[in-house]
Structures are given as C-alpha cells and as structure tokens.
Design a protein around this ligand. Structure first.
Ligand SMILES: Nc1ncnc2c1ncn2[C@@H]1O[C@H](COP(=O)(O)OP(=O)(O)OP(=O)(O)O)[C@@H](O)[C@H]1O
Ligand SMILES: [Mg+2]
Length: 370
C-alpha cells in the first residue's frame, strides 16, 4: 500500500509549500509551518503574498507561475513575529499539468540560519586570533621605548629654564601616558584565556552599566528603556568584561544620538530557537542583548570597517570600543551583530551562550559544561 504523502512530507527536513496556478496556498508541511510560523489550516486558499513570512520569495513564485524556469534564491530573510528571523534557501519549481501548462508551484525551504551563524562565529574567531598576534607584536615594540621617553621628558620638565619648555616637556609626558593607555587597551587582544567566569546576573550587570551612563553628561537628553526578559537565568560569564562590552555599546548609542533627543532601548531575550552550534555539534540556547538607538546610524561606506580597531568617526574616539566589545563577546563564545539604517538608528545585538562554549582561538582555556 502506498504511504500517506502528507506524512512523508512532514518527515522531510526541508520545508515544502505547494501553491496553485493562482498563487494560492494549497499545503504546507511541518517544517514549512515552523519556518513561516503558520499552518495549512490558517493559510490554505490565501495568496502567497498574504502569508507574512513568504513575502520574501513571493515574487519568485509569481515569476515561475508566469513561465519562468525553476530557480533557487539563496539566504532569503524570512521575517517572523514570534521567533527571530530565519535565513532560508528557497527553491521554486513549477508544477506542470498533462498539457504542459503550469498549474502550480512547489517551494522548497531550507533553513540556513545555523550555517550563517556558524560562518559568522568562525569569521570573528579568525579575526580575533589574527588581531591577537598583531597586538602582542606591536605592544612589545612600542612599549619598551615609551618608558625611556617618559623618564627623559620628566627630567627635561624639572630642568626646564622657561615655562614654555616645561609645558612642552609636560605635554610629552601626557601624550606618552595616553599612548600607554591605548596600548593597554590594545594588548587585551593579545591575551587569551583570561576570563574570570562566575555565575552572572545579566540584568544586574546591565543595571550597573545604565547607572554609570545615567550620570554621564552624554546621556542627558536620551531616554533609556529597559525591556528585560525576567525568565533569563544566570549566565556563566566574566561580569567585568560584560560591563566593558555594554558600556562601550551604551556610549556609542548615546554618542550617536548626540545633542538630539532619542531613545536607547535595551532588550534581553532568551532565544531557544536560534542556537549557535560550535565544534562538536553541541547546541546551546543563547541570550540576546540588544542595544537599539535612534541616533545617526552608520553610513554604508563605514559599515564594513566600524569594528576594526582604530576606525573612528569621532574627533576624540580611539576606535577601539567596538573591536574590544567584539573580542570579549567572542571570548565568551558569542557573537556581536550590527544592523543600522543611516539617520534612523542602530541595533547592536550581543548573543551569549547560556553555557560557556569552548571559544578556541578567542578564549584559550576551555571549560567543561556545568
Ligand atoms: N550606535 C552607533 N551609531 C552610529 N555609529 C556608531 C555606533 N556605534 C559605533 N558607531 C560607529 O563606529 C565607529 C567605531 O566605534 P568604536 O566604539 O569602536 O570607536 P569610537 O566610539 O569611535 O571610539 P571610542 O569607543 O574609543 O570612544 C564610531 O566612530 C562610529 O562611527
Ligand atoms: Mg565607542
């Protein structure tokens, strides 16, 4: 006896959507229902454009129904209401009747979110590792002569014959101190495995950071909104590093809003659906922390470079804030993603695993699962 076709479709790892010649939904299998957050009962008979998640590939479906050949669209973003967006490969194939006419289409959906997340983690890891090597090299070479320069300038300051000479020598000392502080920041990239992991209450860390920002004149005109998910359990993390990460993100957000009024919204969310899968195939639920501002946004021309050390658009910036934040997040086995619309605002999302992942190149030390 032939098997039941809907059950076979439901067993597939790929999503399947069948539409008729008019582009109306006939059937979804289980995976397509998961991806599109709906069911056959809810959307049968509706035009493909009316299914919110399907709008991303609806045009392609219309094209195939109008006679275009089968085609695959790679990494199409499916917007979702309840869980995070997913990236899918959508393969659209015409269904042909006995007379050779197109009387529908079948859409195969393959979830690529995990693959994309993995590629990003790998890219960040490689970047952080390369940076670490450069950092230790440079720091060594520059640090040694700095001590000598500072000492000599202090002697000159003491022996200075005029106020002008003394001011010049003091300037050297101050600038040397500034370079030394910069080097200290930069040296962090060269150190691995220095996290002090303890159970951390994420919301307490965020509250501390927001308290610091609240007294900063930077934030005088900004409103800060907290949307914390109270169900988030304690993380296994380095609280001091997380403070540095969030302080940098918060400062950037306030600086982006500048003198204008604006809102910084901090959202925390457990993302059980979106997991980052590392190394041995272990899947770990993550916590997403979003810093969203209504500031100037990031122009397309700068987007690629903003997390590169020393890239800054600010007169007094060092350009190390985001690079450091990304480094610390990678050490925790997490990711830092930036989305921005010029003139409208920016969202930086830090995704941290609930448990520590073995952050190989970035973190050094491995820890066993708790
Ligand atoms: N929330 C944001 N909105 C708009 N632009 C941003 C935002 N965050 C970062 N940027 C851009 O990225 C650049 C690099 O940021 P980063 O924090 O690394 O350095 P910085 O803020 O310039 O200097 P520092 O952090 O040392 O004060 C900034 O100069 C700015 O152009
Ligand atoms: Mg900054």
């Amino acid at each position: 006896m032939p098997r039941d076709l809907p059950r076979i479709l439901d067993a597939l790892l790929d999503g399947v959507v069948v539409v008729d010649a008019a582009g109306c939904i006939e059937q979804l299998n289980a995976e397509a229902s998961r991806i599109l957050e709906t069911s056959t009962e809810a959307v049968a008979g509706r035009g493909i454009e009316q299914v919110p998640g399907a709008t991303a590939f609806a045009k392609t479906v219309r094209g195939v129904l109008a006679g275009a050949p089968a085609c695959v669209e790679h990494e199409v973003r499916v917007p979702r209401r309840f869980q995070g967006d997913v990236l899918v490969d959508a393969a659209v194939t015409p269904l042909v009747d006995d007379d050779g006419g197109v009387d529908g289409a079948i859409i195969g959906l393959r979830d690529r979110t995990l693959g994309a997340a993995l590629r990003e983690v790998e890219r960040e890891r490689a970047g952080v590792a390369a940076l670490g090597q450069i950092a230790s090299g440079i720091a060594h070479e520059v640090r040694n002569p700095l001590g000598g320069i500072r000492g000599a300038a202090e002697i000159l300051a003491k022996r200075a014959a005029s106020d002008r000479d003394r001011a010049a020598a003091d300037l050297i000392v101050r600038e040397v101190d500034r370079i030394a502080a910069l080097l200290d920041d930069f040296l962090v990239f060269g150190r691995a495995g220095e996290l002090k992991m303890t159970p951390v209450n994420l919301h307490r860390v965020l509250d501390d950071v927001l308290d610091v920002l609240a007294v900063d004149p930077l934030g005088a005109r900004a409103k800060v909104e907290r949307r914390f998910d109270p169900s988030i359990p304690e993380l296994h993390a380095d609280a001091d590093r997380l403070v540095q990460v969030f302080l940098n993100l918060g400062r950037n957000a306030l600086e982006a809003m500048g003198e204008r009024e604006g809102t910084l919204t901090i959202t925390t969310r457990l993302r059980l659906e979106r997991r980052i899968d590392l190394g041995g195939g272990e899947r770990v639920p993550t916590v997403a922390v979003d810093f969203e501002d209504t500031g100037c946004g990031i122009p397309d021309s700068a987007r690629e470079r903003i997390a590169t050390p020393f890239f800054t658009t600010k007169a007094r910036g060092t350009g190390l804030g985001l690079a450091l934040a990304r480094h610390f997040v990678a050490q925790h086995g997490g990711t830092l993603q930036i989305e921005s619309e010029p003139r409208r605002g920016t969202r930086v999302r830090v995704s941290l695993p609930l448990r520590r992942l073995p952050a190989r190149d970035a973190g050094g030390e491995r820890s066993a699962a708790p």
